[in-house]
Design a protein around this ligand. Structure first.
Ligand code: CO8
Length: 259
């Protein structure tokens, strides 16, 4: 496997994926995107993995965007393919049946901000900087930014950010709902890991079904609720629903079987 994305599973089932191109502030090259897709494919099928933390190597950057050096040769057709390829990898992350927490340890610009948004949750260093600077490069967000940002922060603030290309700090990112938590810089990975651990302690099938239900939240309410009811039914058919109730009544921690 490529060393552009480091894959490390701890005994507690938390997989830490580290985007490893620190000399370029972890900018997403073609090869790095391929490695990222492969890492998430492996994580999906890896039974040792209960939840994932995604972070950037070095102390300065989560991901400083797509690799700008690869832009100048693009035309309409190759540009569209370029965007679609990134979107496919990011969708793979968003659709992973295990929770993915971004540990945003610095710059999250352009494709880096879009990558953080494709994760289910975001823990940011107080030094993190977010933004969608694409309009200043003559392009537009192409890895889902115009779609995921409005869904997370609302259309008004998203419009401001994508049209001005403004960079914002972690505090504003928290105020607008772009991140879930802001922590001291050196504690970013630990805090994201703690969040992942708290999810890994829940019933695994229920977590998977909840992630699936949440993906219906941008559909009309009635459609989303119909999907929710079906998924609720699936949860009720697991052994773990009985274990959850029994453990509560017996005042002990549940021992999930994952079935
Ligand atoms: N791409 C390529 N290389 C980069 C990138 C990048 N996005 N960001 C940083 N680097 C490189 C620098 O070129 C430099 O390399 P070298 O040492 O060889 O000169 C190295 O990383 C370190 O960077 P700096 O010296 O610039 O570090 P600073 O601390 O001075 O500045 C910044 C840090 C502010 C983050 C600065 O590097 C910067 O502005 N980077 C670009 C940020 C940006 O604009 N990102 C958005 C890119 S566009 C995008 O992501 C679109 C995604 C969707 C594409 C859809 C298909 C078309």
């Amino acid at each position: 496997m490529s060393d552009l994305v480091l894959y490390s599973v701890a005994d507690d089932g938390i997989l830490t994926l580290t985007i490893n191109r620190p000399d370029k502030l972890n900018a997403l090259s073609h090869d790095l995107l391929t490695a990222l897709g492969e890492a998430f494919e492996r994580a999906k099928d890896d039974e040792a993995v209960k939840a994932v933390v995604l972070t950037g190597a070095g102390t300065k950057s989560f991901v400083a965007g797509a690799d700008i050096g690869q832009f100048s040769d693009l035309d309409a057709e190759s540009g569209q393919h370029f965007a679609e390829r990134g979107q496919r990898v990011f969708d793979q992350i968003a659709q992973l049946p295990k929770a993915v927490v971004a540990a945003v340890n610095g710059y999250a610009l352009g494709g880096g901000c879009e990558l953080a948004m494709a994760c289910h949750l975001r823990v940011a260093s107080e030094k993190a900087i977010f933004g969608q600077p694409e309009v200043g490069l003559g392009i537009i967000p192409g890895y889902g930014g115009t779609q995921r940002l409005p869904r997370l922060v609302g259309l008004g603030v998203a419009t401001e950010l994508v049209l001005t290309g403004a960079r914002i700090g972690a505090d504003r990112a928290y105020q607008i709902g772009l991140v879930n938590q802001v922590v001291p810089h050196d504690e970013t990975l630990a805090a994201a890991t703690k969040m992942a651990q708290s999810i890994a302690a829940q019933a695994p099938v229920a977590v998977r079904l909840t992630l699936e239900a949440l993906r219906h939240s941008d559909r009309p309410l009635a459609d989303g609720q119909e999907a929710e009811a079906k998924l609720f039914g699936q949860a009720c058919a697991t052994d773990d629903v009985r274990e959850g109730a029994t453990a509560f009544l017996e005042k002990r921690r549940p021992a999930w079987s994952g079935r």
